[in-house]
Design a protein around this ligand. Sequence first.
Ligand SMILES: NC(=O)c1ccc[n+]([C@@H]2O[C@H](COP(=O)([O-])OP(=O)(O)OC[C@H]3O[C@@H](n4cnc5c(N)ncnc54)[C@H](OP(=O)(O)O)[C@@H]3O)[C@@H](O)[C@H]2O)c1
Length: 270
Amino acid sequence: MAVALITGASSGIGEEFARQLAPTHDLVLVARDVDRLRQLADQLSTAHGTRVDVLGADVSTRAGRTPVLDRLTDPEHPVDLLVNNAGMGYATGATQNPVDDEMYMLEVNAVAKVHLSLTAVQAMLARGSGGVINVSSVCGIAPAWVDSLYGTSTATVLRHTEEMAYSKALRASDVKVMALCPGDVRTEFNDRAGIPDKTDWGWVDVTVLVRTALADLRKGKVVSIPTARYKFLSALMKLAPNSWSKLYGYDLGRQHPEIPAAVPQPAARP
Ligand SMILES: NC(=O)c1ccc[n+]([C@@H]2O[C@H](COP(=O)([O-])OP(=O)(O)OC[C@H]3O[C@@H](n4cnc5c(N)ncnc54)[C@H](OP(=O)(O)O)[C@@H]3O)[C@@H](O)[C@H]2O)c1
């Protein structure tokens, strides 16, 4: 059976990928909360009879990522699909947050994702096939948008994915890479970041998001944007020059005046 490795599988979008892939794939579930991963692994292996391994790892450092990199390059146990999803955010802007916290976000959301994705792609190219879903965001499509390295990190992942997808090496192979750009999805993301539970453009159901992403990967799409509403918003955002951000872009502090500047960020660090 094909094997899928999913980072950030202990909740939200990653957990839903695990649920939808379990009937057809053996799984390797990665996150820091090993107890939660074990509970999910038990449920999924009982329900589907598939093999579900748990890999506790903190992807925020090179050393923390090493077991995941080793698993992705293990020639005895090839990974057919990487869902590169673990990520986090903050409610307050980069200009207000401690710089170290912003660097931490960049490491988790951008450096780790690029490190895992490039490693997986090179291993897949050597074998001749495989797939990678890099979870970015509609924020990554927007021009210079909010006062946050969240946008920077998701744009990095999107750009990296597109550059690989259009490379000669990938076009000549059966290795597919795709960036998934969700809009607002109800997960633990906002709670962990301390962001109020609100959406300007509507919630995307997590089951629809993941179903669409898996279908888009099968179709060979390079970027997956769920729902017509977010596709329309993304098309508009692509047309807007960066300088227009001062008209419609928002400062996280002004958008959410109830959030005091430089609040301590919950769950930012293990
Ligand atoms: N929810 C949205 O509206 C939305 C929109 C656009 C993009 N996204 C992206 O979707 C991805 C998943 O987010 P989500 O909404 O599902 O949030 P979530 O429910 O908070 O899940 C985040 C996952 O990432 C894991 N994680 C966080 N930091 C980690 C670290 N240092 N090492 C290893 N694992 C780590 C968490 O597990 P542990 O705490 O157990 O480690 C958890 O499983 C993120 O990349 C996010 O940027 C989300």
